[in-house]
Every structure is written in structure tokens, then in C-alpha cells.
Design a protein around this ligand. Structure first.
Ligand code: SAM
Length: 250
């Protein structure tokens, strides 16, 4: 099994793996919810991948910067929107060390779709949250959407998503080993005879809601709220699929 993120190996297939076209209508409603709730004029889409969320904010007239640490995946976003006249741009960078030029620039930082686990551990999380705090204007908001790792039980594989096209099948699973979570992604190219499959694995700390809250408070955030979805319509429960945390830069 390759110990590297599948996003880096097959960036052009990110949208297949995440079923981007199918999830766009619901994600547009989620973005509408965030716009209505926080009324941002400048947004940082932290962990933008191929730029779906970036575009959805920009289509609503909001100046949006999509930031990602993966050059190959960001290249897909840049190529896709090269001719776009929407108010958006893309930037290579890490959450833990955002460029000084971004300081105080945003009224919303959105770190969605489990991108936050890329910080790897509690130290990385603290660095990222301090960084998000610094780039927000006073009173600005942070929204983090992660999977609820509490539902991943030791000793069994936890299915996350399967996507199938006429050529490719992607399976994603989670496995817990203590506080560490392993994300396993399997890619099967069914156009080849016989089909060729590859397995990738990426390991990170499965942060709990209480750990997020402690780290957010430590980084200077207040008004911390937990939700079970990005429509902010259900409270977070132990069996929620998602953990969504919102907080304000005090
Ligand atoms: C699961 S994708 C989420 C993409 C996007 N938010 C969406 O809704 O489709 C996570 C993205 O975050 C990026 N990422 C992970 N850790 C990061 C970090 N520490 N700094 C910057 N980008 C990061 C990855 O390269 C990847 O493109």
C-alpha cells in the first residue's frame, strides 16, 4: 500500500473520487447557508482542492481565495478556471503557515470536507488555528467540517464512500488504531484487462469535538458551536456523520 495521499497521485481524478458533480447541488445549499449566516465579503477556502467551494462562493459575488498545499491539485483548479471572470484566485500554501500578506484579509475561513485532518496532529492543528485566526478580520468566522471520527470503531473497517464511473471505481475506508485514523483509498481501473488496482493510505490523528474546542479557545476563538451538518440545521450528536465547528475571532 502506498503511504501517500491519493490526491497527489491522481489530482485529475479528484472530482471522480469525491463525486463532485453529484454533490454540487447540496454543496451549493451549504455555501448559501454559510453566506446567509456569516455574510462574508472575502472568504478563504482552506483546502480548496479542485476549487468547487471556491467557485460556489465566487458565484455569489464574494471575493474568494482557494488555498491548497498540493501543487498538482491546485494546477487542476487553475486550469479549470483560467478563463473565469469570477472574483476568485488560487494560492499554494499550508494552513499551518499562511502567508503574511493574508493577515486580517478575510471575514470567513471555510476549511471543509475533512481538509483539516491534513494538519496531521494536535500540534499542527494549533498552528493552523492560530494561522486562521491571524488571517481573519476581528469578528470574522471560522467553519471547520470534519468527519466524526467517534463513529470509527477499533477492529473494523468503516466505509466512507464508493464512486463508480464507466472506467474507474474508487473506494474509501477508515480504520482506527488508538487515536490514529488511517484513510485507505482504493482505485480500480476497470478499463484495463485485467482490471488494475492500487491502494493508498494516509494516517492522521482522529480529533474529537472537545479537542477542537480546546484548540480553538487556545488560538483566541470564541462563540464556538458544534453542528452535525454543514447546513447548520442539526446539532452534533455522537453518531453524526460530520462534525462541523463554527467559531468567531474575538
Ligand atoms: C478532502 S480535500 C477537501 C477539498 C474541498 N474543500 C472540497 O470540498 O472538495 C482536502 C484538501 O485539503 C488539502 N490540504 C490538506 N492538508 C492541508 C494543509 N495542511 N494545508 C493546505 N492544504 C491542505 C489537500 O491537499 C486536499 O486538496
Amino acid at each position: 500500500m502506498k503511504r501517500q495521499s491519493i490526491f497527489h497521485s491522481y489530482p485529475q481524478e479528484y472530482d471522480v473520487m469525491t463525486d463532485a458533480a453529484a454533490r454540487e447541488p447540496n454543496h451549493a445549499r451549504e455555501v448559501e447557508t454559510l453566506v446567509a449566516r456569516f455574510q462574508p465579503t472575502r472568504v478563504l477556502d482552506a483546502g480548496c482542492a479542485t476549487g468547487l467551494t471556491t467557485r460556489l462562493f465566487a458565484e455569489r459575488g464574494i471575493e474568494t481565495v482557494g488555498l491548497d498545499c498540493s501543487g498538482p491539485i491546485l494546477d487542476v483548479a487553475k486550469r479549470r478556471y483560467a478563463d473565469s471572470r469570477l472574483p476568485m484566485s488560487f494560492l499554494l500554501g499550508r494552513f499551518e503557515k499562511l502567508p503574511q500578506a493574508l493577515t486580517g484579509k478575510f471575514d470567513l475561513v471555510a476549511c471543509l470536507a475533512n481538509a483539516i485532518v491534513g494538519v496531521d496532529d494536535a500540534v499542527g492543528l494549533r498552528q493552523a488555528l492560530r494561522s486562521f485566526h491571524r488571517v481573519l478580520k476581528p469578528g470574522g468566522a471560522l467553519v471547520i467540517q470534519a468527519l466524526n471520527f467517534e463513529v470509527v470503531k477499533e477492529g473494523r473497517l468503516h466505509p466512507v464512500k464508493a464512486t463508480v464511473t464507466d472506467r474507474l471505481t474508487y473506494l474509501r475506508l477508515l480504520r482506527r488504531q488508538g487515536v490514529r485514523i488511517e484513510l485507505i483509498a482504493i482505485r480500480i481501473d476497470t478499463a484495463l484487462k485485467p482490471p488494475v488496482f492500487e491502494a493508498f493510505s494516509h494516517e492522521f490523528r482522529g480529533l474529537r469535538a472537545s479537542e477542537f474546542e480546546k484548540a480553538l479557545t487556545g488560538a483566541g476563538f470564541g462563540g464556538i458551536k458544534r453542528f452535525g451538518n454543514l447546513l447548520l440545521s442539526t446539532p452534533f450528536r455522537r453518531n453524526s456523520r460530520d462534525l462541523v465547528v463554527t467559531a468567531t475571532r474575538s
